[in-house]
Design a protein around this ligand. Sequence first.
Ligand code: BTN
Length: 325
Amino acid sequence: MTIDATILNVLRTAEAGISGADLATQLGVTRAAVWARIKDLRTLGYEIDASPHLGYRLRRSPNLLHSDDLRSRLQAGAVIGREVEVFQETTSTNDVVQKLAIDGVREGVVVFAESQTRGRGRLGRSWHSPAGKGLWFSVLLRPRVSSLEVTHITITVAVSIRRAIEAVTRLPAEIKWPNDILVEGRKVAGILTEVQAEQDAIRYVIVGVGTDVNQAANDFPKELRGVATSLRQESGREVHRADLAAAMLQALDEDYGTLQRGDFGALAEVWERACTTIGSKVTIQVGGRRVQGTAESLDADGALLIRTRYGRLERVVGGDVTVER
Ligand code: BTN
């Protein structure tokens, strides 16, 4: 961990404050060096009190993404987020992670961008990623699952992202199959899973997550206004993006651990309870095929089972779902 990350970590733990001398001892640097780092953190927007009696105290963190800060909030030993990079602007965070994957970087690295110029969504759509308003990030995974089980990863991520959103905002969030997160029936987050596989073996998976956090209604392009919303619009208050990002990475690390230990069943149970698509009448467009019926359940591979009006059970693994409400 860098000195800045360690300082922020210690300040978060010592809510009542910590003396410059104690901080310097914990970091193994001089008090002057601590003071120099505190000054730098203040210029980034961290409100840190310095008083002769109470020492240093973190009063408020800025609503921006800072890689050291995010790292400092994660468990020691976490896989997801063991390296975090933040770009001001990039084409797509999935592209950046793909380069890292090709370079052989180990799994768990997370790349955020404050804005994306070519953010992409599922089914070849573009993903609107305005600066500083949302959380646009991608994670590199090298999971021990076969390429047939890639849906397990998307389901795991949907479970984690929903839990983090609920924990931080207290808003009730639902999952729309396969991987949209909705609040009050409108989309707040989407997941794009891209896989590099050879025959049946996965070389790596890039999971891109886009969450609309602090947009006002008119920050969305007109065509999205009826279907998309932001956490700020739904909760009525600005959401601290770094708090949400840290909660998402923590949840992802826990749930990815569960998946890697072979307990997909536990995640699928949570997913099924949160997925409002189950039990609904749906129309799914899969390429040129259209499937209509009632979504009954998820099968062991994470595919959706649809009972058509002719009584046949259809298995669907991807596509665009319209849910009748
Ligand atoms: C969808 O619902 O269609 C998936 C949207 C995924 C968007 C995220 S934003 C971060 C990452 N980079 C991208 O270009 N896309 C994903």
